[in-house]
Design a protein. Structure first.
Length: 147
């Protein structure tokens, strides 16, 4: 396994493409596994088989890349994906604007860490961290709205 922490973030787009193509080729030819840490969801879609979405250091949704990126279940994943620009008018999502500021990771909120910014928060969100809810075929999310 190779850990790649934002390996292409400071590179020119053409160099990024070369690096990603090399990583993909090595993955296919040698059966390599990557733990790929990135904010670039296009890179995730191109290179990953499985994805985990984190908020304040906790996984809020995980599963096959196709399921998570094309049918997100957690409100944070939905907001994150709504911010990705699209050239295809048919696939554009309404941008979800999150209120407030990101809480301190050193002093996260009680319950679901996302509840202070979540437009769908319910009282249970403020009380306890949600259990993982299976959505299907290895796809799960941690949200009280799903249980």
């Amino acid at each position: 396994m190779i850990v790649c922490d934002e390996p292409t973030s400071a590179l020119d787009v053409s160099v990024q493409a070369q690096i990603l193509n090399l990583l993909k080729r090595l993955q296919d030819d040698l059966g390599l596994s990557y733990l790929f840490i990135t904010h670039n969801l296009g890179v995730v879609e191109y290179l990953a088989h499985d994805v985990a979405v984190m908020y304040l250091g906790r996984i809020v949704e995980r599963g096959p890349v196709e399921a998570v990126l094309h049918a997100p279940s957690h409100p944070y994943t939905q907001a994150l994906l709504s911010a990705v620009p699209s050239l295809d008018p048919a696939s554009r999502r309404a941008v979800i604007r999150l209120p407030g500021d990101i809480p301190s990771p050193a002093n996260p909120p009680i319950g679901c860490h996302f509840h202070p910014r979540c437009p769908q928060a319910v009282p249970a969100c403020r009380e306890r961290y949600p259990a993982a809810t299976p959505i299907g075929q290895g796809h799960e999310a941690r949200c009280h709205l799903l249980s």
